[in-house]
Design a protein around this ligand. Structure first.
Ligand code: FDA
Length: 569
């Protein structure tokens, strides 16, 4: 009941929040409460069905956040999906389990986050993981899946592996030959989860291989532990804002919530409040609590408790497009084949592309800074952009992701530039905690982002022109050569890309972990600067976009955050 007092309150029972709640409640004398706006989806077939991607979209377990009209992105309002359920977005995501490139995590440290590097995070990827070795499952014979045991954890809560619907008819091997036959070959990568992602791979998913059901944060980190008497979850409960202790220090003492019966009350925390409401909600909860940019807060009559003008800034997402081709075979099983080309593999003239981009970085930085009223400085942004440039053109991180999915008599592809430079923001629109936030990712604000998207599309066309794939596929049905000619340049592709993209659903960095003086909102212990006991542990803290998919990195960051918090007990 709401009169009780908890040691820790975790706001948001999603991907990150349940990891933290689970690990903190391993200490029997520590009482943890999770506040979750959604309900249980344990028996929801839109969640559990491993072939059900998309079924939950638009249902009551999808926040379906709307962006503003995207000025540079075709004037379109995009829907950014996110899970509203115990388990959060892990209950509706594509289940892809792909980590980041070593150099990308090392860049977090280079940007000023001491101790946040690949070497230190790698053990936490493994700690959370319960890898299900494919040789145990005969349905995977012939599927082509491979792995390196050194990269995996076998004793963690989160099941990772392949499902019984994985295609095993030799298509994977034909893809491999096709990639090798490209003019600029892409080599098979036996296991992209060890920090080197470049190449073509058959990646694992968050799935229970035995039962063929989705593995999500609740199934991994909550349900098996729900009998712990010190682990409490309030479902269908909306967190409105933090409440503060009187006094000089900025110390949270609880959270105002609206319960499922409609009553609003305050629940008390004696130690800490941990925000884990996702990158489009955690910054807004801070703003509703008076932590943010005074110019924005005052518009809505909110008194500034702490002036941190970068709350809600640095929003980075990716843009997702697809090409479709006829398949000469009909497929009734599923598989997604991923390839991660480097800049040298994706851009025919990569040195020139790199040099041109380098020249543009000061202008890019100035544009982003001016768009947000200079709360992030052009100088700092330029430094971050140069780090990103070095990652692409010196460290050779993947510059795009290409997914190929056979489906019926179609080959679907999805693709995106891995590390767009555009940065937007998310801010509250009202002091009413139930009001929709103003979300502006500024898709395609900077022209390199379109160029990467165009080159990835061209790369896909090359794949379908290369044997053996060329003989296995028919016409390009979308966009089709009559719509975008084989010789089309960036301009020729622009309409198709900007009218047909969607959010890649990977928003991050809205309460970035960075030094305060360069725009950080949380420090390296994920504590909000200037507070004594408020942390953010979710996608909001990730300072730079990663090349893999977010969940693996988010689980690892949350595992590490839990250790950091426990060490301070
Ligand atoms: P997450 O969204 O998991 O948790 C936030 C929680 O807070 C939610 O449960 C929410 O209901 C709750 N909450 C919010 N506001 C609240 C409030 N005011 N009060 C109480 N509770 C509140 N990644 C990947 O690795 N592989 C993939 O295949 C995909 N595919 C994919 C598809 C789709 C459709 C989406 C939307 C996303 C993906 N992703 C993905 C991304 C990945 O799933 C995502 O980045 C993480 O799950 C986000 O984890 P967080 O902990 O940051 O937030």
């Amino acid at each position: 009941n709401s009169d009780s007092k908890y040691d820790y309150i975790v706001v948001g029972g999603g991907t990150s929040g349940l990891v933290v709640a689970n690990r903190l409640s391993e200490k029997e004398n520590i009482n943890v409460l999770v506040i979750e706006a959604g309900g249980s989806v344990y028996n929801n077939p839109n969640v559990t069905d491993t072939l059900g991607y998309g079924k939950a979209f638009g249902t009551d377990i999808d926040w379906a956040y709307k962006t503003t009209e995207q000025e540079h992105g075709g004037g379109i309002v995009q829907t950014v999906r996110a899970g509203k359920a115990l388990g959060g977005t892990s209950t509706i995501n594509g289940m892809v389990y792909l980590r980041a490139q070593t150099a990308q995590i090392d860049a977090w440290e280079a940007a000023g986050n001491k101790g946040w590097n690949w070497k230190n995070l790698f053990p936490y990827f493994k700690k959370g993981e319960q890898f299900q070795s494919p040789e145990k499952y005969s349905f995977l014979d012939g599927s082509g899946v491979t792995y390196d045991p050194a990269y995996h954890g076998f004793n963690g809560p989160l099941k990772v592996g392949w499902s019984s619907t994985q295609l095993n008819d030799g298509l994977a091997q034909k893809m491999n030959t096709t990639y090798k036959n490209l003019d600029v070959p892409v080599q098979f990568n036996k296991d992209p989860n060890g920090g080197d992602m470049i190449g073509y791979s058959l990646y694992p998913k968050t799935v229970d291989s035995e039962l063929n059901i989705r593995e999500d944060a609740a199934r991994a980190y909550y349900y098996p532990y729900q009998n712990r008497t010190n682990l409490h979850v309030w479902l269908n409960t909306h967190a409105n804002k933090l409440t503060w202790k009187d006094g000089k220090d900025v110390t949270a003492d609880g959270v105002e919530v609206t319960l499922s019966n409609g009553t609003t009350t305050v629940v008390k925390a004696s130690r800490e409040v941990i925000l884990a409401a996702g990158s489009l909600k955690s910054p807004v909860l801070l703003e509703l609590s008076g932590v943010g940019n005074p110019d924005i807060l005052s518009k809505y009559g909110i008194d500034t408790k702490l002036n941190i003008p970068t709350v809600g800034e640095n929003l980075q997402d990716q843009m997702n497009n697809g090409l479709q081709f006829d398949a000469k075979t009909s497929y009734n099983m599923s598989a997604d084949y991923v390839s991660y080309p480097s800049a040298a593999q994706l851009f025919p003239n990569h040195t020139a592309v790199g040099n041109e981009l380098l020249r543009k970085l000061p202008a890019y930085a100035a544009k982003v800074a001016s768009a947000n009223g200079n709360v992030t400085s052009a100088r700092d942004l330029q430094r971050f952009f140069k780090i990103q440039w070095d990652l692409i053109f010196k460290s050779g991180i993947p510059v795009a992701e290409i997914l190929l999915e056979p489906s019926g008599t179609t080959y679907d592809t999805e693709y995106w530039g891995s590390v767009p430079f555009s940065r937007g923001n998310v801010h509250l629109s009202s002091a009413d905690p139930t009001a929709a936030a103003i979300i502006d990712p500024k898709y395609f604000m900077l022209d390199f982002d379109l160029h990467a998207q165009v080159e990835a599309a061209r790369f896909i066309r090359e794949i379908f022109k290369t044997e053996p794939f060329a003989s296995m596929s028919g016409d390009e049905t979308s966009p089709g050569l009559s719509s975008v000619a084989a010789s089309a340049g960036d301009e020729g592709w622009s309409d198709f890309i900007k009218q047909n993209y969607r959010s890649n659903f990977h928003p991050i960095s809205t309460t970035a972990m960075l030094p305060k003086e360069v725009g950080g909102v949380v420090d390296t212990s994920l504590k909000v600067y200037g507070t004594s006991n408020v942390r953010v542990v979710d996608a909001s803290v990730i300072p730079f976009q990663v090349c893999g998919h977010l969940q693996s990195t988010i689980y690892a960051v949350a595992e590490r955050a839990a250790d950091i918090i426990k060490k301070q007990l």
